[in-house]
Design a protein around this ligand. Structure first.
Ligand code: GLN
Length: 274
């Protein structure tokens, strides 16, 4: 079954088709991919075959694997994923790694919650912290709400429909965000997996891709306690332009971190000294 699926999908999906087919098959059978590989023969029901075929057809229509199986692992935990939210990406784990080097903050704000992968990972790691997560999409917020329940952090996570700081009137110790940052012209070059299936509002603010950073650089300091930290994911070519924006608004102690691929991926800054 695997080989057959792999051969059919190869021209469409390229080198990853065998791996994708394995993940989908393991999901349909309700077992891990590791135990799938250890079995030479598996008895499957007609329903499972039909389910597998439907899911392979979805993949052939470029739907991301995480949307097909309904989840994606991030920092060792499973997050529910639907077409209403950005698929959590390993690049974003760079931000988690950097944040966890800080002493535990009391209050965290996540701007553009999506699945909630950033805020809920931090709340799961810092058991005494609580936070607010905002998103402009009510559909994304309902996915985030399910993730907060599943990860047992719902009692410490206040989820709000908000366009950036619109419905925020309190202060935090740490503000995090992986805002939409793809430029209008880069949107034309996205793979079909992303362009056809992921929410564009989560991917791009249009234009030069910097509008979210303009808002955050200008407004985040009035929502940070003294000595508070800001951590932003950025596109691989944006470290200079986002640094300039932050400097213009008097943010201090700027640090730029690289992801595992060696690209600049996260900017950290301290609240401007008043
Ligand atoms: N915070 C979520 C993530 O990092 C969603 C980000 C977004 O929608 N731009 O995956």
């Amino acid at each position: 079954m695997l080989d057959g699926a792999g051969k059919t999908l190869q021209p469409i999906l390229g080198d990853d088709c065998g791996r994708d087919a394995q993940i989908i098959l393991a999901h349909v059978l309700g077992i891990s991919t590791a135990s799938l590989r250890m079995r030479s023969c598996e008895t499957v029901s007609a329903d499972q075959v039909a389910d597998f075929e439907i899911k392979i057809a979805q993949r052939a229509a470029f739907q991301p694997v995480s949307q097909i199986i309904g989840m994606r692992e991030f920092w060792g935990r499973e997050f529910i994923v639907t077409p209403d939210v950005l698929d959590p990406r390993p690049d974003t784990e760079t931000l988690i790694e950097a944040a966890l080097e800080l002493p535990s903050p009391n209050r965290i704000l996540d701007l553009g919650l999506g699945t909630g992968c950033i805020l809920f990972t931090l709340l799961a790691e810092w058991r005494d912290a609580s936070g607010v997560g905002v998103d402009i999409s009510s559909d994304a917020l309902s996915v985030a709400g399910r993730n907060a329940q599943a990860l047992n952090v719902a009692d410490r996570a206040d989820l709000r429909l908000s366009n950036w700081f619109e419905n925020i009137d309190e202060k935090f110790d740490l503000i995090v965000s992986n805002p939409p940052y793809i430029t209008a012209s880069e949107m034309n070059d996205l793979s079909r997996d992303v362009a056809d299936w992921e929410p564009h509002v989560a991917l791009t603010p249009g234009g030069d891709g910097l509008d979210a950073y303009r808002i955050i650089a200008a407004q985040a300091s009035s929502h940070l306690n003294a000595g508070g930290n800001l951590m932003l994911e950025i596109g691989w070519q944006q470290s200079e332009s986002v640094s300039d924006l932050l400097k213009r608004h008097d943010w201090s102690d700027l640090r730029i971190l690289r992801d595992l691929g060696g690209n600049t991926r996260v900017i950290c800054a301290k609240s401007p000294k008043i």
